[in-house]
Design a protein around this ligand. Structure first.
Ligand SMILES: Cc1cc2nc3c(=O)[nH]c(=O)nc-3n(C[C@H](O)[C@H](O)[C@H](O)COP(=O)(O)OP(=O)(O)OC[C@H]3O[C@@H](n4cnc5c(N)ncnc54)[C@H](O)[C@@H]3O)c2cc1C
Length: 465
């Protein structure tokens, strides 16, 4: 959740669909897509598909896959969504920004909690309340992933996608231009017992939405990324204790909870999710988790651990995200922000953006797509979000490097202007132009905090000599 306004952000905004529309020789109105009016280039060279529509397989039914499959199906594509576990409960804090609720038309009953108060707690346990600048209708949504993911998949199915409960194994790449991809998978829908039945499927294009350990990425030699390991325990606490977390989340920073990330307590329907993560000290993750629990002990005392989960979080995009007629989205592509570890919104958004590029490029499923069609998604993605990733990367390097820097970070979060800019950029995924005077004050205060932190670090170093 931690993102702040920096001068570099001023003037950068999320691009509007109009800004990104492809330049077209002959616009064709599409009535099947409710999100936006897509305009397509009628002078394409790719061949028409005859006797059927374009066939696309989406591998993975998390937020990226669900959003992609829904958009494809609504756009006239013959869509197959392959998910290995339909009741999958992805290890995740489940915090989503307000704009996701609107942009993805999420019903309010799938949101467990509406967080309006956030406590940021420093290494020395100084707690700063953030969220005071929120307007009455603004909140951070807390969802359980098994609920959100199932909802998005069902919506894709209602739009016409065929949902297959299956494990994707590998794919054979086409041997000639426009030849199909052959996907090998184990079909658990088949009535051949729980072991499933080995099957193959031919499609014209593939979207890899199969998360951090993506097999689709391996299939196109997309290359690796650095990753953090995140650990989380779901803890059932008494109703009395739950009242404290009713609309409140906590973020703990300090070398004890993580050298390079933060620990969290996020409220869910009837329990809290307590977790932490690290890139640099993966072997110590359980020690950091214990420290996070210790820091929150007064508030979770007597709680019962009902689930323990861990999963990798990508640190940056893969070297390759598109090859021929295969595209990666969400965690498979590597779209989690540093510093905050946020990836749900970016997964759903990239899934939708990629699917829109395929719908546009194929003229609603009537033509074959080419790599250049899929690259439209990449260009749009990078143009829209690259600055966000860059700023959060810098923030992590500056503020998560030592306990004194983390202390300075929390001190800075007490500033109302910082809070407003932070929440605006997090909740709406757009960056509003700053107030020059406030930006200057912020810069001076930030430097002041860092100088104090540095002085403190030097004193600490002297003590430890
Ligand atoms: C502990 C933890 C806490 C987090 N907290 C937050 C948070 O609070 N807010 C936030 O925004 N982000 C958070 N994240 C990041 C977020 O969980 C991910 O960015 C997000 O889930 C990415 O969505 P996705 O659809 O790309 O991939 P995933 O959610 O990983 O979905 C991939 C899907 O593909 C399926 N799959 C995988 N392989 C196959 C296969 N071979 N065949 C068929 N199906 C397959 C999986 O079963 C899964 O359903 C957290 C991550 C972790 C680990």
């Amino acid at each position: 959740m931690a993102s702040i306004a920096l001068k570099t952000f001023v003037g950068l905004r999320q691009s509007t669909p109009e800004n990104n529309a492809i330049v077209l020789s002959k616009p064709i109105a599409t009535t099947t897509l409710p999100y936006r009016r897509l305009r397509v280039n009628a002078s394409k060279s790719s061949p028409r598909v005859t006797g059927r529509n374009l066939r696309v397989a989406v591998v993975g039914g998390g937020p990226a896959g669900g959003a992609a499959a829904e958009t494809l199906a609504k756009g006239g594509i013959e869509t197959f969504l392959i998910e290995r576990k339909l009741d999958n409960c992805k290890p995740c804090g489940g915090a989503i920004p307000l704009c996701m609720v609107g942009e993805f038309d999420l019903p309010l009953d799938i949101i467990d909690r509406r967080v309006t108060k956030m406590k940021m707690i420093s290494p020395s346990n100084v707690a700063v309340d953030i969220g005071q600048t929120l307007k009455p209708h603004e909140y951070i949504g807390m969802v359980r992933r098994e609920v959100l993911d199932a909802y998005l998949r069902d919506r894709a199915s209602d739009a016409g996608a065929t949902v297959i409960n299956g494990l994707f194994l590998k794919m054979d790449l086409p041997q000639s231009k426009n030849a199909p991809y052959v996907l090998h998978y184990t079909d658990y829908n088949a009535k051949t017992g729980s072991a499933g039945e080995k099957k193959t499927m031919e499609v014209d294009a593939v979207i890899g939405a199969d998360g951090a350990n993506s097999r689709v990425a391996k299939g196109i030699n997309a290359g690796d990324y650095d990753y953090a390991i995140a650990f989380q325990e779901r803890i059932k606490i008494s109703d009395e204790k739950m009242k404290y977390y009713e609309n409140l989340a906590e973020m703990y920073v300090g070398e004890d909870v993580s050298p390079d990330f933060y620990g969290w307590v996020f409220p869910k329907c009837d329990h809290v999710a307590v977790g932490t993560g690290t890139v640099t000290h993966k072997g110590d993750i359980k020690k950091f988790q214990l420290a996070t629990r210790l820091r929150a002990r007064d508030k979770i005392e007597g709680g019962r651990i009902i689930r323990v989960e861990a999963h990798p979080i990508p640190e940056h995009p893969r070297p390759k995200r598109v090859l021929d007629r295969v595209a990666l989205v969400g965690d498979a592509a590597g779209y989690v922000t540093k510093c905050s570890g946020e990836g749900i919104y970016f997964a759903a958004k990239s899934g939708r953006m990629c699917a829109e590029a395929i719908v546009e490029g194929s003229e609603n499923g009537k033509r074959m797509v080419e790599e250049s069609d899929l690259r439209v998604y990449l260009e749009k993605w990078d143009k829209t979000y690259w600055p966000t990733y860059k700023v959060l990367d810098i923030l992590q390097k500056v503020f998560y490097r030592s306990n004194p820097a983390k202390e300075a970070f929390v001190e800075m979060c007490a500033d109302e202007y910082v809070q407003k800019m932070t929440f605006d950029s997090y909740l709406y995924k757009r960056v509003v132009p700053g107030n020059p005077l406030e930006d200057l004050k912020l810069a001076v205060n930030t430097i002041g905090s860092l100088v104090r932190a540095n002085a403190l670090r030097k004193e600490m170093e002297k003590l430890s000599v």
